[in-house]
Design a binder for this molecule. Structure first.
Ligand code: G3P
Ligand code: CA
Length: 306
């Protein structure tokens, strides 16, 4: 914009590929991440679950029926189990090798299934290998924003994602404040534990208006700033239906926190205006520091036009 960006540091907002370019390829696959980088995403997002043998696996849901071919695999027919009130195939009941034998499928209604059953489920290590290979090719830094899912649920199963995350970051020199990494979680206790043993940047995820989940554990922005560098609020926290600021971005910035909001989806109704471009312009005008999107190319294009 002519007057400059209203981000915390005045630089342009970052385009974060949500689960990769998940509007165009099955989420959390190398194909989704490749398209994201081709489209100019600044950061790629892997959500992290954990296998029975303690390996971080790149997947949104803690169960597998929603995003893989597991239900069609006879060798896993007897692995369906009830956990946490749901009968399904659970990531934590499978070894990493078994999980990486599964093929990913599109998860959202009305999206093409043309790329289903072609790309394997990924481990976090495999994603980090991909990132290193891409960096070597381009001579640039490929940033990641991993989200550790459900640490309390994993604790109930006797698993802890924290040591595995630290080990993965340590092994690649990424456990540092200036590394191209921001670790996110909806769980403040997990982030506090991580903050105590790591220098990596952290972001506290928020739900809020129109979302059922608890809102950042009832913490104030100042309390969050004691252990985190940013917040990841649902976009309806930031603006009214008319696109006016709720004051959230300004308050987060005043607390020294960057704001990475979610999720922009070209194929869903925008929160404000008539089109996804309207929504993106409104978010950028508010001064968000990053947008998670399933369609990175659109967010890159709209940013370039402002
Ligand atoms: O991490 C930001 C955003 O991805 C949170 O929602 O459910 O898509 O992981 P979810
Ligand atoms: Ca996420």
């Amino acid at each position: 914009p002519g007057a400059g960006w209203a981000t915390l540091d005045g630089t342009p907002p970052l385009v974060i590929a949500h689960r990769g370019a998940s509007g165009l390829r099955p989420e959390h696959t190398l194909a989704a991440y490749e398209v994201a980088l081709e489209q100019g995403a600044d950061i790629i997002e892997p959500d992290l679950q954990m296998s029975r043998d303690g390996v971080l696996i790149v997947r949104h849901d803690p169960y597998l029926s929603s995003s893989t071919d597991v239900a069609d695999r006879p060798e896993f027919a007897d692995r369906r189990a009830e956990r946490f009130g749901r009968e399904d195939w659970w990531v934590a009941d499978f070894t990493a090798a078994e999980l990486q034998s599964l093929f990913a499928r599109q998860t959202m209604e009305d999206r093409s299934d043309a790329h289903d059953d072609r790309h394997r489920v990924l481990s976090f290590e495999a994603l980090l290998d991909f990132v290193e290979a891409r960096q070597a090719e381009c001579g640039c830094r490929v940033a990641i924003e991993p989200e550790v899912k459900l640490p309390a649920q994993y604790a109930a199963l006797g698993l802890d994602p924290l040591p595995a995350l630290i080990a993965a970051l340590d092994a690649r020199g990424l456990n540092a404040a200036d590394a191209p990494v921001i670790v996110q979680s909806f769980d403040p206790e997990f982030l506090r534990r991580l903050d105590a043993v790591s220098d990596v940047r952290l972001a506290m995820l928020y739900s809020g208006p129109d979302e059922a989940d608890a809102n950042a554990g009832g913490l104030t922005l100042e309390e969050i700033a004691a252990f985190a560098d940013g917040v990841g609020p649902y976009k309806a926290n930031l603006m009214t239906p008319d696109g006016d600021s709720t004051g959230y971005v300004e308050a987060a910035h005043a607390a020294g926190l960057v704001v990475h909001t979610w999720t922009v989806r070209d194929d869903r109704a925008p929160l404000v205006g008539e089109t996804v471009e309207d929504e993106l312009r409104a978010l950028y005008a508010l001064g968000v520091d990053g947008v998670f999107t399933d369609f990175p190319a659109t967010a890159v294009r709209v940013r370039a036009q402002m």
